[in-house]
Design a protein around this ligand. Sequence first.
Ligand code: GCU
Length: 607
Amino acid sequence: MFNRLCNSKRVFICLVAAATQVLYSDIYPLITNVLSRDTHSLNGKWNYIIDPYETGFYDYRYQESGSGYFRNQKPRDKSDLVEYDFDKSPLINVPGDWNSQRSELLFYEGTIWYKKSFDDPRKDPSSRLFVYFGAANYEAIVYLNGKKLGKHIGGFTPFCFEITDGLRPTQNDIVVKVDNKRYREAIPTVNTDWWNYGGLTRDVCLIETPQTFIRDYSIQLKKDSRDTIAGWIQLDGIEKEMDVTLEIEELGIKRIVTPNSSGKAEFEFAGSPVLWSPASPKLYDVTLTAGDSTVRDQIGFRTIQVRGQNILLNGQSVFLRGICIHEESPLGAGRACTPEDAEVLLGWAQELGCNFVRLAHYPHNEYMLRTADRMGILVWSELPVYWTILWDNQATLDNALNQLEEMITRDKNRASVILWSVANETPVSEPRLTFLRALIDRARQMDATRLITAAMEKTSRGNTVLIEDPLGKYLDVLGCNEYIGWYEGTPELCDKKTWQTSYEKPLIMSEFGGGALQGYHADDKTRFSEEYLERLYIHQVAMLKKIPFLRGTTPWLLKDFRSPRRPLPDIQDYYNRKGLFSETGQRKKAFYIMQDFYQQKAKEANP
Ligand code: GCU
């Protein structure tokens, strides 16, 4: 019925986008490139209160209370009854998930309240001030001095609120209710194979801006062009039509553009940059100025296209030598969230011989993308539309669309990002296809330059594996996960498999592999031994080499990671053991099988 009513895709997209806006209207439009802004960090120790019954939010009739913990109240006199006190409550690090910081919170799923106090940091009292969160998993309600600023849903994308009007000169209280409870209508839904790390998991800061400032911009090579730079700049504030200067000094480019009445200036001009690539990750200093607002970025320029079953980077066919990565710190426990984490994880990928990473199964922190830009590593970025999503639920679609928009808004200027993935291993059905097509349409509308992919379902007929998932019709690049030799048969079964595709499109084998406890040695028939995993990779690589339309591989995965689905004592202990590295950074024997394959592929590409 809904589809018949929306007889044109454009109408459908507008309706869905409108619905999304209504649901997320209290979130301020994202201020991008926060690392280049005039910021005051709120990272560090925050007081926290564990609140499994949401006593700080609901009254005893389960109605939203007007005097919850967000008021940060103190007894007015000795008779007053206040049954919480942030200042006497313990401290926890931000950024950081709570699960890995307190043993009693390892499995905790529920609400934790955070409180941080700060004085008005503005150098210029006429400036505007925003509070910015790199991410909060899963649902965050933010209050300033007892007043609700709004709610953000989604655990892996940034959001901000303007706080200019609510500020006091001193002792401003930011209180955040973070709830990581899983629920069926969410994105992701209740069942995932990763740890549900809750909390303020990424940087939190205050952003000071002039009254009118450059809030967002897109600066890339025009689609399919190598000598035309195109994009737009969005002003925010009262002087929406003030001139903006765009400068790329190294290219001798300096342009002045004038925004329209909504503050948006579109531009297109000749420019022939040295193209960004893994071999030569050239980044240009870009400076945008508008009145008192200056934003600097480092942007790479490249083209990415598909032609038949080939992926073309800067017009050249490329084989993506990749690895899947979960956002877990290689240096300790819990969520990765620092530049150092990114350097180590991507350094391990480069040691494996990678020119590509699949950041599973959700948008990673911005340091990963900026480090990939600098190191010359191509990126598959993904939405946590994972497994059995509630496809028929409008609020679920709105949530997915909002997370997609936040992912693309934040990373649309990162040369390393070549693929937006809209799903992972989602069961084939009409509602699922309709849902994913809405995401694909929105992604293409926001960003015509990048390719769209997903880890699709495969089918088998005997030992023939078929890539025929109807979703493939709407993707540019096909992804497929397979665990032949681990979940399906023995490693030798790989030798019997042939692969067929219904599409004249490139395929990335987006997951394969198996588990092994690093340091556990036995014969190669013993499950979870390093030798079994090595044998599996040997047969997997032999099979992958025979697939003519294969243009990339991302084995599952770089490092062992925590999962509630993996309790096997003495082997898993709540870790998924499919890493080529252990959780302490020890390489397994299978690492070297994959490294050897990538050395061969690199030689083929550069004989
Ligand atoms: C699936 C899924 C991964 C999961 C992996 C596994 O393919 O996409 O998220 O961790 O298999 O079973 O280890």
